[in-house]
Design a protein around this ligand. Structure first.
Ligand code: PMP
Length: 427
């Protein structure tokens, strides 16, 4: 009896496990940024509610402002036929398909949409997912594994990186659009891996530039790799028919193995898709966890995207107007002496600011003057390359673009002056 008691006395103390949320990585940084903003009297630019549909004009804090923060590139969000198609899909199928497509969630509207998306890329077939992010994560997570490697542009979207992590694949990034660097990496490392996947964006979401797809096709053929192009921002934006980078560059889309896109931008809906060879689509439909174990696309989202595709094809003037607006804004900004980085005049135009604090302050001052544009700061972009990202759409009027440039020019210098006064010189 005594022996047992002493055994209990000698038991090692229970370790103290961390059950706090405040110690999660980056939480202290979040508090620091919040208090710095409060000290400087800058309100949080993120999570600001828009009080209605966010078109070229939007209502924020009870005021109408010119809006450059939404990627409704063709102005189809709110188009009467797109709205009607969403309503009709709800009338017919309800607000949810209430199951994974594999079991009881398949509706005719899903295959109609997939056939149209495959046609857009001249691909065998396509499969839709509940979001663009999910499409990338689950597709990459399914197609490659621990013996494989993902080679991607350093500015690639987060969903590609998360997909490669999920796959347990080796991840190698190359400097933005530097295909000489990619070639060197492939030459040195390709033989180590079973499969290789090269991933780029058709139109880069932070910088607004386009990769050299022909050279990428040559590299993927030479080194035995798959090429995947994320066209989240390219569809509806690039090429006379809005078919993306291949159309803009005159490349046969069949040379790209995997096309990815979203329904959330030009197509005024919600969801993502993969288009490509039949074998890959068939494989994803029974293997990709984000498809197999997730609900089918909601009917309203499928209906809206189908009607948006119709409108994009029928009203080609929208694409032409978007492209002319984007070029106009880029040239006006450059003529006014603003730095636009590597932007090429395709709907996304960054105004490079450098310092994160200056970008946040500039965004706040622009909002006060009736222009809503979001700052993009580290870690979304590398340190000291903070910018304001302008999404130009077909629905913007020239006067709105002129007004934005005029106010930007006045406020950008004023921000430098204010920050220098507050002791943040050199930003
Ligand atoms: N890829 C890129 C390049 C993106 O910019 C985004 C989102 N902005 C996604 C994928 C994810 O798409 P979604 O927002 O439709 O989930």
């Amino acid at each position: 009896m005594r022996e047992r008691t002493s055994e209990v006395d000698a038991a090692p103390p229970m370790p103290v496990y961390d059950t706090s949320f405040e110690t999660l990585p980056g939480y202290d940084e979040l508090l620091l940024v919040r208090s710095a903003g409060e000290a400087l009297g800058i309100s949080n630019p993120f999570f600001r509610p828009h009080e209605g549909r966010a078109g070229p004009v939007s209502r924020i804090d009870g005021r109408e402002v010119i809006n450059f923060a939404s990627y409704d590139y063709l102005g189809l969000n709110g188009h009467p036929e797109v709205r009607r198609a969403a309503q009709e899909a709800i009338e017919r199928y309800g607000t949810s398909v209430s199951a994974s497509r594999l079991v009881a969630g398949e509706r005719p509207i899903h295959r109609m949409l997939e056939a149209r998306l495959a046609g857009l890329h001249r691909a065998d077939d396509a499969v839709v997912f509940v979001s663009g992010h999910a499409a990338n994560v689950t597709t990459i997570g399914t197609l490659v594994g621990p013996e494989d490697a993902v080679f991607h542009d350093t500015l690639i979207h987060n969903s590609v990186i998360v997909g490669a992590q999920l796959a347990g694949a080796t991840r190698r990034s190359f400097p933005h659009n530097d295909l000489d660097a990619l070639e060197r990496i492939l030459a040195a490392e390709r033989p180590r891996y079973r499969r290789a996947l090269i991933v780029v964006e058709g139109l880069y979401s932070m910088d607004g530039d386009v990769p050299d797809l022909a050279r990428l096709v040559e590299l993927k053929q030479r080194f035995g790799a798959w090429l995947m192009v994320d066209e989240a921002h390219g569809i509806g934006v690039l090429g006379a028919g809005g078919r993306g980078a291949a159309e803009l560059l005159g490349l046969d889309p069949g040379l790209v193995d995997i096309w990815m896109g979203t329904l959330s931008k030009s197509l005024a809906s919600c969801g993502g898709y993969i288009a490509g060879p039949q074998a890959m689509i068939d494989y994803l439909k029974v293997s990709a966890p984000g498809f197999v174990y997730s609900v089918g696309l909601p009917p309203a989202a499928a209906g809206a995207a189908l009607a948006a595709l119709d409108a994009m094809e029928r009203e080609t003037g929208r694409i032409a107007t978007l492209q002319a607006n984007a070029r106009y804004f880029l040239e006006a900004a450059q003529e006014a002496g603003l730095s636009t980085g590597t932007a090429e005049g395709h709907a996304i135009v960054p105004i490079m600011v450098g310092d994160s604090l200056k970008a946040v302050l500039l965004s706040e001052r622009l909002l006060a003057r009736g222009v809503n544009v979001l700052p993009i700061i580290h870690p979304a972009v590398p340190h000291r390359s903070a910018r304001l990202r302008f999404f130009i759409t077909a629905a913007h009027a020239r006067e709105q673009l002129d007004e934005a440039v005029r106010v930007l020019v006045e406020e950008i210098d004023e921000c430098s002056r204010l920050l220098a006064e507050l002791g943040f010189g050199g930003v």
